[in-house]
Design a protein around this ligand. Structure first.
Ligand SMILES: NC(=O)N[C@@H](CC(=O)O)C(=O)O
Ligand SMILES: [Zn+2]
Ligand SMILES: [Zn+2]
Length: 347
């Protein structure tokens, strides 16, 4: 029985760090295990320009726990007013690693997102020219499209036409939740990848809705049927370089989650490595965890893998904290619903 696993230090290719007191409260949960993260720009107001990204990066660096070595990889929030020159400068100067597309109204803080893809065409063309990746929240927002179908319809109506018009553009489909998305990425090897979250490898829609409603499992895209979860696990453990970890760890305070109209987001960063090791172990694929969490992401982004390693150890079920206190209030940590046996050894 394998009970120790050493792997390159992982990175998180989709993370929400927020700002202010929340940022301070959740940063340690990420820096404890991860070397780098693609930091989402959906603040209020959003991180739109190179100057916004410089300022946000400085606030993150100032909030780092003592002694932490962590590199935030910044993203710019795409709007219909985004200036291609500003985007190019941010990329060339190493200020921003990617641009993020939120269809307007698709998810938390996406009101300033894109309504009309033709309006952002000049920015996307420039990104294709300079090799800058586009990360996308892949859901259509039309009220007449069922919420469980919004990712599949997005692929057909937005992603596929975009890949045909601009095949050179590097695209990351964020937080994929369907077998359809897995299949689409597999069939389109050129400049297309997908991140998979911790929670979508573990929960299906029954976990949210059967036997009582569980707001802490509500996120977007919403978890789908079991067969989709199984397809995501297969993709994650397959070793295929087009699939890698993006936790989409998205903290909201408990009072914000536990409302008649609660907000979307699962906070998973502190338990992610333990959850992933369990999932990969159960699948008999522990040897693939390093590719998923530490190697595939940097390769797609054209960055070196981390030199440092972490070691995970298997033992008695862990007694993990259920929530974290932040200056804004308590934030519930993702509960996988089964015991976790793998912990990251202190380095
Ligand atoms: N995933 C979520 O449910 N929420 C994210 C936004 C997002 O990634 O869509 C958030 O910012 O809270
Ligand atoms: Zn999203
Ligand atoms: Zn997200």
């Amino acid at each position: 029985m394998t009970d120790r696993l050493t792997l390159r230090r992982p990175d998180d290719w989709h993370l929400h760090l927020r700002d202010g007191e929340m940022l301070k409260g959740v940063l340690p949960g990420t820096t404890a295990h991860f070397a780098r993260a693609i930091v989402m720009p959906n603040l209020v107001p959003p991180v739109v320009t190179a100057a916004d990204a410089v300022a946000y990066r400085e606030r993150i660096m100032a909030a780092l726990p003592e002694g932490a070595r962590f590199e935030p990889l910044m993203t710019l929030y795409l709007t219909e007013q985004t200036d291609p020159d500003d985007v190019e400068r941010a990329f060339r100067d190493g200020i921003a690693t990617a641009v993020k597309l939120y269809p307007a109204g698709a998810t938390t803080n996406s009101a300033s997102g894109v309504r009309d893809m033709t309006a952002v065409r000049p920015v996307l063309e420039r990104m294709a020219d300079i090799g800058m990746p586009l990360c996308m929240h892949g859901e259509v927002t039309n009220a007449d499209v069922d919420i469980f179908d919004r990712e599949a319809v997005f692929i057909e109506k937005v992603l596929h036409p975009l890949k045909r018009q601009l095949p050179e553009l590097k695209v990351v489909m964020e937080h994929v939740t369907t077998a359809d998305a897995v299949e689409y990425v597999r069939d389109h090897p050129k400049r297309l990848a997908a991140t998979i979250t911790t929670h979508h490898l573990i929960i299906n829609r029954n976990n949210i809705l059967a036997g009582g409603i569980r707001p802490h499992y509500y996120c977007l895209p919403v978890a789908k049927r079991e067969k989709h979860r199984v397809a995501l696990v297969e993709a994650a453990v397959s070793g295929d370089g087009r699939f890698f970890l993006g936790t989409d760890s998205a903290p909201h305070t408990d009072p914000a989650k536990l409302q008649p109209c609660g907000c979307a987001g699962v906070y998973s960063a502190p338990v992610t490595m333990s959850c992933l090791a369990e999932v990969f172990d159960v699948a008999g694929k522990l040897q693939e965890l390093e590719r998923f969490a530490s190697l595939n992401g940097p390769r797609f982004y054209g960055l070196p893998a981390n030199d440092e390693t972490i070691t995970m150890v298997k033992g008695e079920p862990l007694d993990l904290p259920k929530s974290v206190e932040t200056g804004e209030g308590p934030v519930t940590i993702f509960d996988p619903g089964f015991p976790l046996h793998w912990r990251v050894e202190d380095s």
